[in-house]
Design a protein around this ligand. Structure first.
Ligand SMILES: NC(=O)c1ccc[n+]([C@@H]2O[C@H](COP(=O)([O-])OP(=O)(O)OC[C@H]3O[C@@H](n4cnc5c(N)ncnc54)[C@H](OP(=O)(O)O)[C@@H]3O)[C@@H](O)[C@H]2O)c1
Length: 229
């Protein structure tokens, strides 16, 4: 396998944590694991020599600068998986200004600024945005998820716009709209619901897609779900 430098946001738990474990299995890959909770990541990945853990907060105003600083330790980035996400589950009338701003910062503008910070390190790269079926046009929608699902829809739109602007380059961006996988976030969105897919199973698909799909597609928005939600 070709050794790659892979950046994964939201690596402290859920799908991101599983992605780190699976992609680190090939020792040729170098994995940069990003989230706010460095202690948790360092404990989780302490046996993995090809993983480094970095503090990263998408809710701050300096996401581009944080990204540049973290990536100053590497020559190139081959794969960026924008996996971190934030979910508010509240009736529409009760969603606060801060809920809207935080959702859009973490799920949209923070992702765009992460990409801006990573671009100088990218020549031949695949960027994979992790959206949700809730943000996929025409999908079944659920009450309480307005702030979250509209922000995930914006992430889909960003994917198409980026692909157009970078179509002459060797930097591809695609977007996966995930269905339910058993994580803390799913429990917050659908309390008590048992997903048919584990975080590890979902990570298996995303890892394979991140490594291989650049050859086949760019600017694509792909639903990854057999269930509702
Ligand atoms: N699970 C599902 O059923 C499902 C369905 C559709 C889409 N998705 C999407 O899949 C992705 C992973 O979800 P998950 O279910 O694994 O979620 P999760 O278990 O809640 O994990 C979310 C991750 O995002 C990180 N994060 C949250 N706020 C952050 C911030 N301000 N700055 C940096 N990192 C932050 C968290 O790390 P820290 O708290 O340590 O910072 C954590 O590692 C998300 O984008 C989610 O929207 C999940």
């Amino acid at each position: 396998m070709k050794p790659r430098t892979i950046v994964i946001t939201g690596a402290s738990r859920g799908i991101g944590k599983e992605l780190v474990h699976q992609l680190a299995e090939y020792s040729g890959h170098r994995i940069l694991a990003l989230s706010r909770n460095v202690d948790r990541m360092e404990t989780e990945f302490e046996d993995l020599e090809n993983v480094s853990c970095h503090a990263f907060d998408l809710s701050r105003d300096d996401v581009k600068e944080q990204t540049e600083k973290i990536l100053s330790t590497v020559k190139t980035v081959d794969i960026l998986i924008n996996n971190a996400g934030y979910l508010v589950n509240k009736p529409f009338s009760e969603i606060t200004h801060n809920d809207f701003i935080t959702s859009y910062k973490i799920n949209v503008t923070g992702v765009m600024e992460t990409v801006q910070g990573a671009l100088p390190k990218m020549n031949d790269a695949h960027i994979v945005n992790i959206s949700s079926v809730g943000g996929y046009q025409g999908s079944v929608k659920f009450p309480g998820l307005t702030a979250y699902s509209t922000s995930k829809a914006a992430l889909c739109s960003f994917t198409e716009l980026f692909a157009e602007e970078f179509k002459e380059s060797d930097i591809a961006m695609n977007c996966l709209c995930l269905g339910a996988a058993q994580t803390e976030m799913l429990e917050a969105a659908f309390p008590g619901y048992q997903a048919p897919v584990s975080a590890a199973e979902m990570a298996e698909f995303i890892a394979d897609f991140s490594l291989n799909a650049k050859k086949w597609m760019r600017g694509k928005i792909i639903p990854v779900s057999l269930s509702t939600p």
